[in-house]
Write a protein that binds this ligand. Structure first.
Ligand code: 3H9
Length: 705
């Protein structure tokens, strides 16, 4: 038997144990080990077999690192065949998370039991894939096509009790000891002469499926696909499970799985999976850097941002104190939180008891002296450096030694804020994205003097509150907002060149962005950008620059909040509508500025908006603001709704080819001038060497070893 799969006999039950940390992924050695154990057990004296795992979880899926490499036998179907055809019952014993290929292994077993804390799921869609080892065929056979579609197209895990109610598992065993529970369950099955239940023997009667079910599902999924092809293929597989033999369905599943696993969309989404985990690691900090204890947190500022941040902590049971300047502002802040929780409850995402528990974790004060015992303070007041410095000086005076002092600033200089205290080692940035209780990204900003343990603690606490963390050094706008500059600028320049707002946004939404840049400007408020530009002396003196944004603000069209911006908004539904008045105004502004309007292709819109992201990303890498290209991708996918099937701006650049990106930027430089289009030296170098950002990132990582 291999090191990773062992076999022992307990009370006449053969126990096959998988031990492949960290998540018992189905690497070749695991597949081979299970196959060998099941085959050998066919002729021993046992009555039944239990398949279980060591460590924190049941098998969490195929080994994703093996995709794209030459396959090594045995394949998963062969292993599943051996389990399903076993002459004695095989019982899967699930703890932790049985995911993807892991859950599919359990579906080939004759029975599935789990402890109550376990979850099962088929998350392949999140990697741009579909379950490729029978999941699309076996789940509809036991739970029906609707449950199968919900489960597989969402990729969300299902807790044990609910999984039992849906017939996805057979038994929830008592206690935490899954092996003991499974052995007892196996003995019961043997004693009662339970049959060898093979899911493959079930046939789904087409008459049980509502007419038009699959067409409707396809339509619904297409509406929110944002460049993903997997949801459509998932519908096709489940459709193939109806009325057909298992083998025909499996053939269809294999065919479509192969299409997806070799697609650029899945490669991009797998890149994001690993990038997310990589981003949590700080290159020059050992993994065992000691952490500071964070039991109580304070949030300064009870606005939308502060309230959202407070909710993040309360949601995981950490005590939070909200600080406001007076009782009225405090009551308003706490009121907004209460309202937000009420909405969450209405949506069925939290129970009344859970909301009460979260609200119980939040208190308020107007007195800084109450912050003497907090472990971490996050300042979330409006963007004014002087005000922030004042607050940090006050915190310095009252907070206990070692408390982490964080600012949620989007732009301000963390080092200048740190200098307002006598403990710059405890100061850092924690940049949340709005709405803070929903958006996944947290940019953690490392100041010049931030201590290692403070930084490691901020990253760990970010993970604890469910955020995806990415590290940034100090610069104007940090990684994400700094890169946005050229994206917003070009979206407005394109209007003068001849596009309507709808044309620009449609091109980017077609690419997969959740919202085009101009609609996004309307949502954020055009006055915000206008005010931010007022104080800047570094922008080119060009009347074309942000012309339309400026004109609209001067017309009091601030965007959604005033009912009009680049678009008009229906007051009742907030639906956006094209505004012929603005389209005419753009034309007259272009004429006044002497810009000759022309037909602009969608391709040019994409290049002009997306390539500045890539170019600025390259500068950010050279300057060491971001640790790695994949961290930038994480920032954009989780903070700016960049489509995951494109993998983030740097992965996308690699896909397009850095030489192509570089050549296009040079072309734009020649057309529009160097003040807007100046190729980053790193981009130029890699383009000329024929390399990718990914290769450069790997070389940098290697040089540290
Ligand atoms: C599939 O199954 C296809 C089949 O249908 C068909 C086949 C024919 N492979 O997330 P964590 C690594 S597709 C390789 O931080 P947690 C991860 O990179 C698969 N590596 O832990 C990290 O490495 P490092 C369907 C994997 O406790 C380490 O393990 N399954 C895999 O927060 C710890 O990961 C999925 O999509 C893998 N499958 O969460 C499940 N999974 O330490 C994917 C993890 O070097 N996995 N790693 O950074 C997860 O969702 C989470 O890892 C899990 C644990 C919830 C299990």
């Amino acid at each position: 038997m291999s090191n990773v799969v062992s076999y022992q006999i307990v009370d006449n039950i053969g126990v096959i144990s998988v031990n492949n940390p960290p998540v018992n992924a189905l690497a070749q050695v695991v597949r081979a080990g299970i196959l060998e154990a099941v085959t050998a057990a066919q002729s021993d004296a046992t009555d039944a077999l239990v398949l279980r795992c060591e460590g924190r979880t049941f098998i969490a899926g195929a080994d994703i690192t093996e995709f794209g490499k030459p396959p090594q036998g045995p394949g998963l179907p062969e292993v599943l065949g051996a389990i399903e055809n076993s002459v004695k019952p095989v019982i899967a014993a699930i703890h932790g998370t049985a995911l993807g290929g892991g859950f599919e292994v359990s579906l080939a077993c004759h029975y599935r039991c789990a402890i109550a804390s376990a979850k099962v799921g088929l998350p392949e869609v999140k990697l741009g894939l579909l379950p490729g080892a029978g999941g699309t065929q076996r789940v509809p056979r036991i739970a029906g096509v609707k449950v199968a579609l919900d489960m597989i197209a969402s990729g969300n895990p299902i807790a044990a009790e609910k999984a039992k109610a849906l017939n996805l598992i057979d038994e929830v065993v008592a206690g935490d000891d899954v092996q003991a529970g499974a052995i007892a369950y196996a003995k019961e099955l043997v004693a009662s002469g339970a049959p060898l239940k093979r899911i493959r023997d079930i046939t789904i009667d087409p008459a049980t499926v509502e007419p038009g079910f699959f067409e409707a599902a396809r339509k619904q999924l297409a509406a929110r696909a944002r460049g993903q092809i997997a949801p459509d293929r998932i519908v096709s597989c489940i459709e193939a499970a109806v009325g057909q033999s298992m083998d025909a369905g499996l053939d269809r599943e294999r065919e479509l799985f192969m299409e997806l696993v070799t697609s650029p969309e899945s490669a991009a989404m797998r890149h994001i999976f690993f990038a997310e985990r990589q981003a949590a690691k700080i290159k020059d900090l050992p993994r065992d850097t000691p952490l500071r204890e964070v039991k109580k947190v304070a949030v300064i500022g009870g606005g939308t941002m502060g309230g959202g941040i407070a909710m993040c902590f309360a949601n995981v049971g950490i005590q939070v104190v909200m600080v406001e300047i007076n009782d009225e502002a405090l009551a308003r802040g706490l009121g907004i939180i209460e309202k937000n929780y009420a909405i969450t409850m209405k949506k069925g995402k939290l129970t009344e008891a859970q909301v009460a528990q979260c609200m119980g974790a939040i208190s308020g004060t107007t007195d800084y002296a109450d912050l003497a015992d907090v472990d971490m303070i996050i300042e979330a007041v409006f963007e004014n450096l002087e005000l922030k410095k004042e607050i940090f000086a006050k915190l310095d005076a009252v907070c206990k030694p070692g408390a982490i002092l964080a600012s949620n600033t989007s732009y301000q200089d963390i080092d200048a804020i740190a200098a307002a205290t006598k403990r710059p080692q405890d100061v850092l940035g924690m940049h949340f994205f709005s709405p803070a209780n929903v958006m996944k990204l947290l940019e953690v900003v490392r100041g010049e003097k931030t201590a290692d343990d403070a930084l490691a603690t901020a990253m760990a606490i970010g993970k604890k509150i469910g955020k995806v963390c990415a590290l940034s050094r100090v610069c104007y706008g940090f990684i994400g907002n700094r890169m946005l500059g050229g994206y917003g600028r070009e979206s407005q320049m394109l209007l003068l060149d001849g596009c309507t707002p709808a044309k620009v946004d449609a091109a980017l939404e077609g690419f997969g962005m959740a919202m085009g840049p101009l609609a996004m400007g309307d949502l954020a408020g055009l006055d915000v950008g206008y005010k931010a530009r007022e104080g800047r002396t570094d922008l080119p003196n060009d009347p074309k620059l942000y012309r339309m944004g400026t004109v609209l603000v001067e017309m009091d069209r601030f965007g959604q909040k005033t009912g009009a911006g680049f678009y008009k908004y229906d007051p009742a539904t907030r639906a956006r509508m094209n505004d012929p008045e603005i389209e005419a105004l753009i034309k007259s502004e272009a004429a006044a500025l002497g810009v000759e309007q022309r037909e602009v292709s969608d391709q040019e819109i994409l290049e002009r908006c997306l390539y500045p992201l890539i170019n600025e990303g390259a500068l950010i890498l050279e300057e060491g603001i971001a640790q790695r290209p994949s961290d930038i991708d994480v920032v954009y996918v989780f903070g700016y709704a960049f489509p995951a099937p494109k993998g983030g701006p740097m992965h996308y650049a690699d896909h397009v080819g850095l030489k192509n990106v570089y050549d296009k930027i040079c072309e734009f430089r020649d057309r529009y001038g160097e003040e807007y289009w100046k190729p980053a030296p790193l981009l130029e170098k890699l383009a000329k060497e024929g390399k990718t950002f990914a290769q450069w990132g790997a070389e940098q990582e290697q040089s540290l070893r």
